[in-house]
Ligand binder design. Structure first.
Ligand code: 3HC
Length: 312
């Protein structure tokens, strides 16, 4: 078929909400857009294991340790689903990891902040996974089949992540004055970076135009951010936490909250490698990747042997 015919078939599928599958023809720019977004999503899941991993040995109870271990293992699995979805687009995992190590691929801003106290583990689960849920529920309807199906699987686990974080914050806010202060301090430090997770304003987003045209994004950055704010402010009020935004105010006309301006300079600094923990997160990732070389070699040697045995 001619290019023009392929494009017509592709555009008709997008229009009719028919998933694009790995074997389907797709415009190169659509493929490149997906590789960029899905791989950065995968990198985020794996790097996101670091701030929480710091607290496994310091969890305040065996129950808390078990929950945290389960959550962190989930995140590793999410990374696996997403790297596998990215590989269906014709790029290898080694290349994706190299792009991350070379600074050519990003991961979410949020994981470049330190997890200083146990309340941070609550704030990460409640706010970071809470923001991720809003974004990922919308992504369940993304036009690329493998990505959409990965999102359905991941969303099933995210609500447990958000719930356990909120439970930690609720418990601390019902605790001693010192625990309440610790929880509010974590809220103050994680609130604004969590809003930045949704990306720049729609008017400053170079990718949203195509993302919406190709139904990769079903809702824009600002729409999803607002959804998260409206939902989370009420949750904070229930347990007595204060949102660190003096301009936050209910807008009866809009039926949603007006809020203060996000510090986009901080956002740009952090996503360009100058956040509090960028260097540490990257050196840990590179070190773990290098130390894991023997595991990858053994796994591929075993699978090659299996393939040989089957072919004989
Ligand atoms: N952190 C880092 N970089 C970001 C960012 C963020 N929060 N938001 C935007 N950017 C980058 C974009 O990657 C792009 O840079 P690039 O051209 O080098 O890729 C640039 O800023 C412009 O942003 P756009 O809004 O135009 O880019 P997108 O259309 O890709 O939208 C996004 C950004 C909303 C993050 C979108 O990529 C997306 O929905 N990604 C999937 C979700 C995701 O990656 N979530 C990360 C968190 S995962 C997580 O929280 C796991 C949980 O289990 C803990």
């Amino acid at each position: 078929m001619e290019h023009i015919d392929h494009l017509k078939v592709f555009e008709t599928k997008i229009e009719q909400d028919i998933n694009i599958e790995a074997k389907d023809w797709m415009p190169d720019d659509y493929r490149k857009h997906l590789i960029r977004q899905i791989s950065q999503h995968a990198h985020s899941e794996v790097i996101g294991m670091q701030p929480e991993g710091n607290w496994i040995t310091r969890a305040p109870s065996l129950r808390a340790k078990k929950i945290l271990l389960a959550k962190i293992q989930d995140e590793g699995g999410h990374g696996l689903y997403l790297y596998s979805a990215a590989e269906t687009l014709g790029i290898g995992r080694d290349e994706l990891i190299q792009q991350l190590h070379d600074g050519k691929a990003k991961y979410s801003n949020i994981f470049n902040y330190p997890s200083l106290t146990w309340a941070d583990i609550g704030a990460i689960g409640w706010l970071v996974d809470g923001a991720a849920i809003v974004n990922q529920v919308s992504l369940q309807r993304t036009s690329y089949g493998p990505y959409s199906r990965a999102m359905v699987r991941i969303c099933k686990e995210e609500s447990f992540h958000q719930r356990q974080g909120y439970e930690i914050m609720a418990k601390m806010m019902a605790g001693t004055a010192a625990q309440r202060e610790m929880a509010q301090d974590a809220m103050n430090r994680w609130w604004w970076p969590a809003l930045m997770m949704f990306g720049p304003h729609d008017t400053d987003s170079p990718h949203t135009g195509n993302a919406v045209k190709w139904k990769i994004k079903r809702q824009s950055n600002d729409t999803l951010r607002q959804k998260f704010i409206d939902k989370t402010v009420q949750q904070a009020e229930v347990i007595g936490l204060t949102i660190p935004d003096p301009d936050l105010k209910w807008n009866e006309e809009k039926k949603s909250y007006d809020h203060g301006e996000i510090n986009w300079n901080e956002f740009r600094e952090v996503i360009n490698g100058n956040g509090p923990c960028n260097r540490q997160r990257m050196s840990n990732h590179i070190k773990a990747h290098e130390e894991g070389e023997w595991v990858r070699k053994a796994a591929s040697a075993y699978s090659n042997k299996q393939k040989l045995r089957v072919s004989q």
